[in-house]
Design a protein around this ligand. Structure first.
Ligand code: DLL
Length: 433
């Protein structure tokens, strides 16, 4: 199905009926199957029958990332393991990842919303999709893959890395859609020029970029370099992966697929909803998910949402702005979520390293790079160079194994990292995005 007009252009009032019905079923399901939710509801003296429609959603408790960690790995699942077909995981502050799961119906849902997203961006069954999101535990690669299959397009599961070969295949196969993080799209354009390929003269026509924040300036650059229309895709593993919201060719906000993922925007301090169009923290309720249904999940992403009709297409979904920031200190480095506290917990365990550090993030040749400056104690600092090198190597190895991305380590003299009286400044983000 390329464009399901009945669902995507449904009158908002009619959609609300569908959403309310789905919400009622969801609440009954989690109350019965997830002890964590049953306990929370009981504490609030809330019974499933108190939730009659979407208008009652504010009575429900929030869910936060820590709830997933506290119930690691499978504690929040609402389906028995025999019904779970696939598991993904993203990084977490304590080194324990956030685990998410899918039943057969969940995979079908993921395929449908991702097919919707690709079509919304301008993709059709005739397209050849060069999918350079990472395949593996990250939801980017497989999410796009399922959507491409559902749409009936051709997908090339190129994954990330091996850029020169990937560029050759992209040209030889005549790929028409590029899917990857926006920073990787820029990096690939540079690599193409190096390899003697003019990126503006390829067969590509559309790009579907997300998993990390990017600006309008970056969009213009990508569009110019590749001579394509660059669209924004949003999603998060906890809710489904990519395929939660997608821009159409109008490029004026991302259509939130609210018939499956009901969005709210709240004041992150009071937890109360903000007025339409105001910015706040994005919260989602998964209306039909089976394996890992989440109620009022706080994403930490700051956005605003409008219900004004879209000028670019007939879809009637609410549209959200690009992500304007986060409520927590999560960094996204080459699409990987990184919390400074993950780095801190490694440093605390390494003999000789002090927990005074500064994470410097920059962009070199369009790729994110991360340097961690770490103070060492007096004793270590006066040791010979070899010992310092060994220490830096040890820290690098430990941090890379926790984060799953490459970092560089710079050991610095005792007391050189600026101390702060208030909230410590742990991150210097020099990326201009
Ligand atoms: O990044 C899923 C995804 C894959 C989305 C591919 C789009 C394309 P996580 O690894 O769980 O899932 O990270 C989710 O990434 O809460 C946002 O902070 C950020 N993020 C995702 N998409 C965008 C975007 C995937 N378009 C976290 N713009 C989210 C800005 C984004 N930030």
């Amino acid at each position: 199905m390329i464009f399901n007009e009945k669902e995507e252009c449904q009158k908002p009032g009619e959609r609300k009926e569908v959403q309310s019905e789905r919400l009622r079923k969801l609440i009954a399901r989690v109350y019965e199957r997830v002890p964590f939710y049953k306990k929370k509801f009981n504490e609030l003296k809330l019974k499933p029958e108190h939730i009659k429609s979407l208008d009652d959603i504010e009575k429900l408790p929030f869910t936060v990332k820590n709830d997933l960690r506290d119930n690691y790995p499978f504690g929040l699942f609402a389906s028995p393991m025999k019904d779970i077909l696939e598991i993904h995981a993203s990084s977490g502050t304590t080194g324990k990842p956030t685990v998410v799961a899918y039943t057969k119906n969940d995979i079908k849902l993921w395929s449908v919303v991702m097919a919707r997203a690709i079509a919304c961006a301008g993709g059709t069954p005739n397209d050849i999709i060069h999918n350079a999101y990472g395949y593996g535990l990250f939801t980017g690669g497989l999410g796009i893959h399922y959507g491409a299959l559902e749409l009936g397009a051709t997908v090339v599961p190129i994954s990330s890395g091996g850029t020169k070969r990937a560029l050759m295949l992209m040209r030889d196969f005549g790929c028409t859609v590029l899917t990857c993080t926006p920073s990787f799209a820029l990096y690939m354009a540079e690599e193409a020029l190096d390899a003697g390929i003019d990126p503006s003269k390829t067969t590509l026509k559309v790009g579907i970029f997300g998993a990390e924040p990017w600006s309008e300036g970056m969009r213009r650059e990508i569009e110019k370099n590749w001579n394509i229309k660059a669209t924004d895709i949003y999603g998060l593993s906890e809710i489904i992966g990519p395929g939660v919201a997608q821009e159409c060719a109008g490029q004026d906000g991302l259509h939130v697929f609210s018939d499956f993922f009901y969005p709210e925007v709240i004041d992150p301090v009071t937890g109360k909803p903000v007025a339409e169009g105001e910015k706040g923290e994005l919260v989602f309720t998964t209306l039909t998910k089976e394996a890992l249904p989440l109620i009022r999940y706080r994403t930490g992403d700051i956005v605003s949402i409008t219900n004004e009709p879209c000028k670019g297409c007939k879809r009637t979904f609410p549209r959200m702005s690009k992500i304007m920031g986060r409520t927590d200190d999560m960094l996204i480095i080459r699409g990987v979520n990184v919390f400074p506290s993950q780095i801190e917990s490694v440093l605390l365990q390494v003999e000789g390293a002090e927990p005074h550090y500064l994470i410097v993030v920059d962009r070199q040749h369009s790729m994110d790079v991360m340097e961690i400056q770490v103070e060492v104690n007096e004793k270590i600092f006066s040791d010979e160079v070899k010992k310092l090198e060994d220490l830096a190597g040890k820290i690098k190895k430990e941090i890379e194994s926790v984060l799953g991305i490459m970092v560089s380590i710079k050991l610095v003299e005792p007391k050189t990292i600026e101390r702060s009286l208030g909230k410590a400044k742990r991150v210097l983000d020099k990326r201009k995005i």
